[in-house]
Design a protein around this ligand. Structure first.
Ligand code: GLC
Length: 539
């Protein structure tokens, strides 16, 4: 059945801006909110996305580059101030762009005034705002829980002689969401930004906020296939069933949904939920359209680029998304290796076509539309605390500055300034300015797909149907809305593949990943070169 897709977050395309790396406007080598404002025309007109998600810009000691928040209701001076934020919001809205901001509810910075109070004494009224436990008799931590970023997730506090919990860095103590005052304080944070006019939230590690109240030890993981989506050293030696995702988490998102729905128009939420088990992942949609609007779906970030694997991901998503829910797909973010780095540019072009024609909301990561790759940075120069602690997990490589032009520093920051992370060596050719002039660039492929999507009800909101059979190593699907029928086909193999589409009648090629074909297709069969993708209209 075709869905009601009258809301922007179903039909629109979300673009993640990682503010530190997007555009520097004041010459300190770090991107900022004014820089984002300066690029809004690019986002709304040149590229043509519908919403931006801003990674954290709050006051922060930057131990985890902003995911350690010191004040949830302000802007770090490095990024600007509340006036600049308000201007950004207003300028984005004037251009028809929605603005989603990142909320980090699981933990604060250890320098947040709440934690400073909490750790000051056992009697402090904010003591219970965080998760404090006595040591075991032998002085060791209360249980075997491990921090995602390495080591135990318990840190000893000399002054008050107890351990506090931190699921990430010790500079990121976990809030106690079982305390009603914490809940209210955090809901007030959401209200603060809603009242300012934001359109929604991306909720950081949304499933972590509720842990086992009995704090039981996590069991040993005897089956490596049951690990997290991304192997992270010792962390995967345990099954993380007690340190996150306790069923009580659903009550919190149920209450949050009431808050979001109380605004007019209702505001949007998407949770960062890393759960490999599809059915459990889908529970975050709620029981009856009453929790998050979407849990982010990260499966394409890790799936092998093979027809069978991709097809399986889509089958799973289509199967578990509840009838009222809406699927979504992500190709990149500030935590994962870049798609053009992982797969190469040719497959990244297929990935762009897949993302922008599937049924579901696409989320793009800044710079991926230029085909930016990962930049390997020597360990001694790395900034990411995770990469410095656990070998192979560094995220600096996918956070390097956006490549805007062939000028020095790629137009991210003025020549002569040292950017906070190095600009990739390929910036003289891989950049917005050059790619706009090059008719077959990946940027122009993105633009073409985005422009076509805007006009196509079949792609924005139509039904999804697998086309089967297809040649080996191939994958194709049909999107349909009313009389409009659009086919997307991929050859994910090394030899030319011949698709028999004759049952559809006459077909017109809308765009190919190579941007080198258009017009009527042969009515008997359509050949796709190795690693080609095609969007076709059924006439
Ligand atoms: C999320 C963020 C990541 C951050 C972590 C801890 O996974 O995406 O960047 O390091 O949470 O806040």
């Amino acid at each position: 059945m075709e869905k009601d897709t009258s809301v922007w977050w179903k039909t629109g395309v979300i673009y993640q801006v990682y503010p530190r790396s997007f555009q520097d406007s004041d010459g300190d080598g770090i991107g900022d909110l004014q820089g984002v404002i300066n690029r809004l025309d690019y986002l709304s007109k040149t590229l043509g996305v519908d919403a931006i998600w801003l990674s954290p810009f709050y006051p922060s000691p930057q131990a985890d580059f902003g995911y350690d928040v010191m004040d949830y209701c302000n802007v770090d001076p490095v990024f600007g101030d509340l006036t600049v934020f308000d201007r950004l919001l207003c300028e984005a809205h004037q251009r028809g762009l929605k603005v989603i901001i990142d909320i980090v509810p699981n933990h604060t910075s250890d320098r947040h005034p709440w934690f400073v109070e909490s750790r000051s004494s056992r009697e402090n009224p904010k003591r219970d705002w965080y998760i404090w436990q006595d040591a075991k008799e032998d002085g060791t931590p209360p249980n075997n829980w491990l921090a995602v970023f390495g080591g135990s997730s318990w840190e000893w506090d000399e002054t008050t002689q107890q351990y506090y919990l931190h699921s990430f860095l010790k500079e990121q103590p976990d809030l106690n969401w079982r305390n009603a005052d914490v809940r209210e304080a955090m809901f007030n944070v959401y209200r603060f930004w809603l009242d300012r006019g934001v359109d929604g939230f991306r909720i950081d590690v949304a499933h972590y906020i509720m842990k086992d109240p009995e704090m039981r030890d996590n069991p040993i993981n005897r089956d490596p296939s049951k690990g997290e989506l991304k192997p992270t050293g010792d962390y995967d030696k345990l099954l993380h069933i007690y340190d996150k995702g306790h069923p009580d988490v659903h009550g919190v998102y149920h209450d949050l949904r009431d808050i979001l729905d109380s605004y007019s128009p209702p505001r949007y939420s998407v949770g960062e939920i890393h759960i490999a088990e599809w059915k459990e992942w889908a529970t975050y949609y709620g029981q009856n359209n009453d929790e998050l609007h979407m849990p982010f779906n990260f499966a394409l970030l890790v799936a092998p680029w093979k027809a069978a694997a991709i097809r399986k991901v889509i089958e799973n998503v289509e199967k578990v998304t509840p009838s009222w829910g809406w699927p979504n797909y992500v190709l990149g973010n500030h935590d994962e290796p870049r798609i053009a780095g992982r797969l190469g540019v040719e497959k990244a072009r297929q990935a762009a076509m897949l993302l922008l024609t599937l049924r579901g909301t696409p989320t793009l990561y800044n710079g991926d539309e230029f085909g930016q790759k990962n930049v390997e940075i020597p360990l001694e120069e790395q900034k990411d605390p995770w990469g410095k602690r656990v070998s192979g997990t560094g995220r600096d490589r996918n956070r390097t500055p956006n490549q805007w032009s062939p000028e020095a520093n790629a137009g991210f920051t003025p020549a002569g300034v040292t950017p906070w992370l190095p600009v990739a060596d390929d910036y003289r050719t891989v950049n917005m300015e050059c790619e706009l002039k090059e008719s077959r660039s990946i940027l122009n492929l993105y633009r073409k797909l985005l422009a076509f999507r805007k006009l196509s009800a079949a792609i924005k909101s139509g039904t999804y149907e697998l086309i089967d059979p297809t040649p080996a190593d191939c994958f194709a699907f049909l999107r349909q809305s009313g009389h409009e029928r659009i086919i997307t086909a991929f050859n994910m193999g090394e030899t030319t593949a011949r698709f028999d589409f004759h049952r559809f009648g006459r077909l017109e090629i809308i765009v190919s990943t190579g941007m080198d074909r258009a017009g009527l297709a042969d009515s008997r069969y359509v050949d796709l070169s190795p690693w080609e993708g095609l969007v076709l209209r059924v006439l």
